[in-house]
Design a protein around this ligand. Structure first.
Ligand code: NAD
Length: 279
């Protein structure tokens, strides 16, 4: 399984910290002999900042560790998916280093704003959420496809969400932006099929990451219970009775770019322990 990946080049967005799906994908790829570009929005940690971002220091440390462990080339670049100049700068760097790109994982994602019904959602937070989750996928894909033409087996994987298929009350900006990611995936799959670039999405349910810790805290607040009780209620709703692990999502993502998935494109695959059973 996953044969033929050795020597390929992959870019993973939002991969700058260890407790995230992006790093899980990067590590899995490196273990299979893929040269990896780890990228993230690089911002200094601030007190009271509800969202955690990767830092340049952590990215460089991660890159060094992966390179030492797996003997592949690992590049760490600052890449803000909301900024075209930042994306273009990263692509120039990637092109100079590797001469092209085989795989893109659009993993960067977040949510801004307090949980509110759509009719009360803060407008600026709504727009910022879309700017990262949906417009970020558009911007990075647009720049990356230029580097992916004439690369046999090229593929894109977009990290959407269960929330992009199943309505999530009080989380409308996140849910609607992820629904957009699923549609962009399908449109791009049709458009890029003739260039043999496959485009698929994955739709995780509840996965143990920093983002999920924030979600648990939010549920605890909304349900007026402690975090352990909130997590228990959330996992009780999962048919497999637990949250997913980062490596389980990474396995699916890497499968989708491998030759084993060579006839799959335009799909949005659920990975949620049975939380969502509809396609
Ligand atoms: P995470 O918060 O650990 O990782 C998200 C990463 O995106 C961070 O490293 C962050 O720095 C980066 N990011 C945010 N804004 C950015 C920007 N403007 N430019 C570049 N990078 C930016 O969360 P995660 O759980 O690992 O999430 C990874 C992806 O999986 C996200 O798209 C998320 O929506 C999706 N997802 C996660 C879950 C889950 O249960 N954890 C479920 C469904 C979907």
């Amino acid at each position: 399984m996953n044969d033929g990946l050795k020597g390929k080049v992959a870019l993973v967005t939002g991969a700058g910290k260890k407790n995230g799906i992006g790093f899980g994908i990067a590590e899995k790829l490196a273990s299979l002999g893929v040269h990896v570009v780890i990228s993230d929005l690089v911002v200094s940690p601030q007190e009271d900042q509800p969202i955690t971002y990767g830092s340049m220091e952590e990215m460089q440390q991660i890159a060094g560790e992966l390179q030492a462990s797996y003997g592949v080339q690992v590049l760490s670049v600052a890449l803000d998916v909301t900024s075209t100049p930042s994306i273009d700068g990263a692509m120039t760097h990637i092109n100079r280093t590797f001469g092209g790109l085989d795989f893109l994982f659009n993993n960067a994602g977040t949510v801004f704003g307090a949980p509110q019904p759509v009719h009360r959602y803060d407008e600026a937070s709504w727009i910022r959420t879309f700017d990262v989750n949906l417009h970020g996928v558009f911007r990075v894909s647009k720049a990356a496809v230029v580097l992916m033409t004439d690369r046999p087996g090229a593929a894109i994987v977009n990290i959407a969400s269960k929330a992009g298929k199943s309505p999530a009350p009080l989380n409308g900006a996140y849910a609607a932006s992820k629904a957009g990611v699923i549609m962009v995936t399908k449109v791009m799959a049709l458009e890029l099929g003739s260039q043999n670039i496959r485009v698929n999405a994955v739709c995780p349910g509840l996965i143990k990451t920093d983002l999920q810790e924030g979600n648990i805290a939010l549920k605890a607040y909304l349900w007026e219970v402690d975090a352990d009780e909130a997590e228990k209620r959330m996992t009780d709703a999962v048919p497999l009775g637990r949250m997913g692990e980062i490596n389980e999502v990474a396995d699916l993502c890497v499968y989708l770019v491998s030759g084993n998935a060579s006839y799959m494109t335009g799909q949005a695959i659920n990975i949620g322990g049975g939380l969502l059973t509809e396609a």
